[in-house]
Design a protein around this ligand. Structure first.
Ligand SMILES: *[C@@H]1O[C@H](CO)[C@@H](O)[C@H](O)[C@H]1NC(C)=O
Ligand SMILES: *[C@@H]1O[C@H](CO)[C@@H](O)[C@H](O)[C@H]1NC(C)=O
Ligand SMILES: *[C@@H]1O[C@H](CO)[C@@H](O)[C@H](O)[C@H]1NC(C)=O
Ligand SMILES: *[C@@H]1O[C@H](CO)[C@@H](O)[C@H](O)[C@H]1NC(C)=O
Ligand SMILES: *[C@@H]1O[C@H](CO)[C@@H](O)[C@H](O)[C@H]1NC(C)=O
Ligand SMILES: *[C@@H]1O[C@H](CO)[C@@H](O)[C@H](O)[C@H]1NC(C)=O
Ligand SMILES: *[C@@H]1O[C@H](CO)[C@@H](O)[C@H](O)[C@H]1NC(C)=O
Ligand SMILES: *[C@@H]1O[C@H](CO)[C@@H](O)[C@H](O)[C@H]1NC(C)=O
Ligand SMILES: *[C@@H]1O[C@H](CO)[C@@H](O)[C@H](O)[C@H]1NC(C)=O
Ligand SMILES: *[C@@H]1O[C@H](CO)[C@@H](O)[C@H](O)[C@H]1NC(C)=O
Length: 881
């Protein structure tokens, strides 16, 4: 009914029904046909993609049509027109995808010259993505189509695609497309991957495949192996099933296999740049119904070394095997070989290869971009202000200066703005108050009216302010005058006939400024406030929300050792950081954890929930601990927030979430044995540091796989110190406390005796290690061996290590390493704490496990195989299907 109303509304308002329908089906898509008439749109006949004019994404350039000679009905409509940029060095499209920064997008730019300018000269120019060069656009001839594609996770809400004139002709563009990809696919530590090859193997039609067959509108090019043949099925692949790569069924319905059933499938690359880093994705689906006595099983070798396998496939279901770390070199070979026992040769259905692209130059801070775009709109600035204001550095906007920081990921901020003689009218825009880093502001020789706003005096870094030769009225804020007299600000206001420039003006509404409480309170004050909050909060929890005492000075003695060395944030900054708590990434000991950005760097923001019973105590324990200890295997605190009843902690962001999620079989990517051992060593080192590196030692009390977090490099760090306790040697080797922790991980001896010491953490760590080894749940209530340690000790008696290790690892682990890990874990979970090793011993032993695993392996190979040279380009067929 709602939908019907909407459609009727659309109909009566003269909107295109087609447009609405497509806008819904293609959410997450921006499809721009560059150079078509302003505000027009159409639905492409072959793909059904809904293209719109580029007029609302760019202000410069001219629309042109390709020469008739190159046009025809079979030519895709996107190439009929181009936008050409005869003026200016840098011209930019500004895209603001609805999903915002931090998401993965496929961005594709297409070019066909088609002699649109009747000059018969093919230009060459550069393509930029934000602050970074994406690629150089080179075209073979007037009818050849060049497509540039990149998968990118922007750190800004703005995606700027710019064309730069390099002196080899006028830049132009035919089409620009952006597709939002789900963020659990193509996960690599790199934020940007340039497409190298995307091939549909063993195709029957020899046509390219894209939307709607491909829900993400990836374009799959047809390809055949040299000595290969095609296997195919008419039945759909993955029908009704969820595959995160959402591979098109038509692509997966055909597969290549070697003609000679005993040979291999091989492909190779000979990179001209041996340092280029490649990621390979191989997609497989069984298309033949195999009998019970038949099998297809194969291993994959990379540069003749065992890489992955043995791989078996499910009938009509896809499997994706991909690089977890990039590969480089001057030759990269892959060989897919059937195993000894396999009755059938290997197959390959589709293949993707990407190259890591370093786009590490930062874009300008989003806040600065927002406000400068607003300033531009408000004053109708007539300059060539396009793309990123400060980047690339060589093309900084006229009238701006920026600061860039030391590291490539440092935030880029605007530090000076010169709009002198720019014909500005109206008042001084309040947006300027957001230019928090500005040092120099020149608005002289315009027609600005209204008063000199107070907010200018809040710009703490301002050293130069020129407002001369305008029509400003009223008086000058007293703080500005004070800064001017003290010499910290160079102020010019001459040439404003109506402006009173002395501090003795009548009607001075800015007097109040004197009484404004300084914004930055001293540490001591903060401290008092935090304590007060603690009290308030506890009272609220204990007695309900009535009769709250607002005396802010109570209870100072109690927290005397807490030093607030880290940065404090306001609640509104937290809102801004987390985009109004848009994305929940977890729930910790005392509240919810949100994803956020701090100066374009990802952070995790944990907010204390009012319903948390432990609440403030844990918050405080955590702050106290994290302020004191710093170690590469402990999550680090970036800052905190305390404002009214809002208490929050800001941590470094751990891109790969908690370990438990990765061990779960719901996770598409199975952690390798090496990954697991590295993680175990990391976590053990973090705990060892708490026990032995801290004085007094600290007991974590809540070690479990959900409290072991992984960053983008799968480096592990311990988190959640809400239950942690420091204890001193003087008081003996144990501490008597109320039992706390998590069921399943809780040391049974501690549970019985209430005596806490560091061996309790060793027990919990042992349980976590068993999970790392087996990927099994800690407790299975229905089992006769409910606890993971019972199950493992039972399995150890069978003497088969393969039955203990996560079955998804198949044979891909070193047996000695695995046995050793099981031994360490078993020792940690002994019932008597005295028999358990110390974390120091655990760290040493685990390092040996890791060393055993990463010792090299080797396998043989043979020839006479189906070969594919990926260096041969495959721009055979354009988009037609
Ligand atoms: C295109 O749309 C914009 C914004 O709605 C409008 O200002 C402009 O006049 C339109 N142009 C044409 C040619 O209709
Ligand atoms: C244009 O270049 C492509 C390769 O990009 C080639 O296949 C085609 O034959 C060329 N066309 C002409 C007319 O030269
Ligand atoms: C992936 O994106 C969705 C929304 O688009 C979000 O809810 C989810 O948390 C994201 N996951 C990660 C790991 O970033
Ligand atoms: C597809 O290409 C292959 C190899 O180039 C060729 O053998 C086959 O005949 C082609 N099929 C069609 C339908 O064009
Ligand atoms: C198939 O390959 C095997 C070993 O690679 C070779 O011995 C055999 O002669 C080949 N068969 C044909 C028909 O080429
Ligand atoms: C496999 O089983 C089928 C009957 O199901 C039989 O005809 C065939 O000979 C068997 N093949 C082999 C290699 O054993
Ligand atoms: C930017 O900085 C340069 C060098 O410090 C200076 O010469 C120039 O005037 C500044 N531009 C503006 C707009 O402030
Ligand atoms: C601002 O630009 C004008 C020229 O447009 C120049 O005369 C003036 O010195 C600049 N101001 C600053 C602070 O650099
Ligand atoms: C003031 O701006 C006008 C144009 O708005 C320009 O013609 C004039 O030269 C400028 N004067 C100075 C002193 O910069
Ligand atoms: C200031 O305002 C007066 C009258 O309101 C006008 O005559 C004059 O041209 C204005 N000066 C500037 C610089 O805009």
């Amino acid at each position: 009914m709602e939908m019907l109303k909407y459609l009727l509304f659309a109909y009566f308002c003269g909107l295109s029904l087609n447009a609405l329908v497509h806008a819904q089906a293609q959410s997450g898509f921006i499809s721009i046909d560059c150079g078509i008439a302003e505000n027009t749109s159409y639905t492409d006949k072959t793909t059904g993609l809904y293209y719109i004019s580029d007029s609302s994404f760019i202000e410069t350039g001219v629309s042109k049509s390709i020469s008739l000679q190159y046009n025809s009905d079979t030519r895709e409509q996107q190439f009929w027109n181009v936008r050409s940029f005869p003026d200016g060095i840098k011209n930019c499209y500004t895209l603001k995808p609805a999903q915002g920064r931090g998401n993965r997008y496929l961005i594709r730019a297409s070019f066909m010259y088609g002699n649109y300018d009747s000059k018969d000269t093919i230009p060459a120019f550069d393509l930029y993505l934000g602050a970074n060069k994406w690629d150089s656009v080179k075209l073979d001839n007037a009818s050849s189509i060049t497509v540039m594609e990149i998968m990118h996770i922007p750190s800004s809400n703005y995606v700027f695609v710019c064309l730069l004139n390099t002196g080899y002709g006028t830049p132009f563009i035919s089409a620009l497309e952006l597709r939002h990809l789900t963020n659990n696919t193509y996960r690599t530590p790199s934020e940007s991957l340039v497409l190298y090859r995307r091939l549909d193997m063993g195709t029957i039609t020899n046509k390219s495949i894209r939307y709607k067959d491909d829900a993400f509108d990836r374009i799959w090019r047809p390809y055949h192996f040299l000595f290969g043949e095609t296997l195919s099925t008419l039945l759909a692949i993955d029908s009704g099933a969820q595959n995160i790569y959402q591979l098109p069924s038509v692509v997966m319905q055909t597969a290549a296999t070697p003609k000679n059933a005993s040979s291999n499938l091989e492909f190779y690359m000979r990179p001209s740049n041996p340092t280029a880093q490649y990621y390979v994705y191989m997609h497989f689906a069984e298309v033949e119904k195999l009998e019970a006595n038949q099998s297809r099983e194969f291993n994959i070798y990379q540069n003749d070394e065992y890489w992955n396998g043995p791989i078996t496939l499910d009938y009509l279901h896809s499997t994706t095997i991909f690089s977890t770390s990039p590969v480089s070199g001057d030759r990269i070979d892959y060989s897919i070989r059937k195993t000894e026992t396999s009755t059938h040769p290997p197959i390959l259905s589709a293949l993707e290869v990407y190259i890591v692209h370093d786009l590490s130059e930062s874009q300008t801070d989003d806040q600065d971009v927002d406000l400068i775009i607003n300033v531009k709109k408000k004053y109708g600035v007539k300059r060539n202000w396009q793309g990123d204001p400060c980047a690339p550095k060589a093309y900084i906007w006229e009238g701006l200066n920026c600061s860039y920081g030391q590291e490539s990921h440092d935030p880029v901020r605007i530090i000076s703005l010169n709009l002198s003689s720019g014909g500005l009218t109206g008042d001084i825009a309040s947006y300027i108050s957001d230019l928090t880093m500005i040092e120099s502001l020149d608005l002289s020789n315009n027609s600005l009216t209204g008063s000199v706003p107070d907010f200018l005096s809040k710009l703490q870094y301002l050293k130069f302010l020129d407002l001369s030769a305008n029509n400003l009225t009223g008086s000058i804020p007293i703080e500005l005058l004070e800064r001017s007299t003290s010499g910290s600000l160079q102020l010019s206001v001459s040439g404003n006939p109506e402006l009173c420039s002395s501090s003795s003006c009548k009607n001075n509404k800015n007097k109040n400024n004197k009484f404004v409480v300084p914004l930055i309170a001293s540490m001591a004050t903060l401290f008092v406030l935090l304590i007060a909050l603690a009290i308030l909060w506890t009272l609220k929890r204990r007695k309900g929300a009535v009769g709250v005492n607002t005396n802010k000075t109570k209870g100072i003695r109690k927290f005397g050792s807490l030093q607030l060395a880290n940065h404090q944030f306001t609640y509104s900054e937290i809102l801004d950081m987390t985009n109004n708590f848009e994305r929940v990434i977890g729930r910790g000991g005392f509240g919810t954890v949100y994803h956020g950005y701090l100066n374009n760097i990802q952070v995790a923001v944990k907010m204390l929930s009012e319903s948390s019973s432990q609440g403030y105590k844990e918050f405080q324990a955590e702050v106290k601990l994290l302020m004191r200890v710093h170690h590469r295997n402990l999550t680090s605190l970036v800052g905190y927030c305390k404002e009214d009843s809002y208490l929050g902690l800001i941590y470094e962001y751990m891109a790969n979430g908690n370990l438990q999620r990765h061990l779960s079989d719901k996770n598409a990517y199975t952690l390798s044995w090496e990954d697991r051992m590295r993680i175990a060593v990391d976590a053990a080192q973090g705990l060892e540091y708490l026990h032995n590196g801290c004085k007094p030692p600290i007991i974590h009390r809540d070690i479990k796989t959900t409290n072991i977090l992984l960053n983008e490099k799968l480096q592990a760090k311990l988190a959640d110190f809400g239950l942690s306790r420091a204890f001193s040697f003087e008081s003996g080797t144990h501490l008597s406390t109320a039992v706390a922790g998590t069921l399943g991980y809780l040391d049974p001896e501690y549970y019985m005796s209430n005596w806490l010491h560091e061996k309790s953490d060793v027990y919990s760590f042992g349980v976590a290690l068993l999970e790392i080894i087996t990927s099994r749940p800690v407790l299975v209530q229905t089992d006769d061996k409910p606890h993971i340690s019972q199950w493992v000790s039972f399995m150890v008696e069978t003497g088969e290590i393969k039955n203990i290790i996560d079955p998804r690892l198949r044979d891909n682990f070193n047996i000695s390493s695995a046995w050793k890990a099981v031994e360490i874990a078993s020792a940690c979970v002994r019932r008597k704490s005295i028999e358990r090793p110390t974390m120091n011993q655990v760290v040493m032993e685990l390092k040996e496990c890791l060393a055993l695993e990463i010792a090299p392996r080797k396998d043989g190979h043979d020839t006479n195989n189906s070969i594919m040279n990926l260096n041969v380009d495959t721009h055979l067929t354009p988009f037609a299907r």
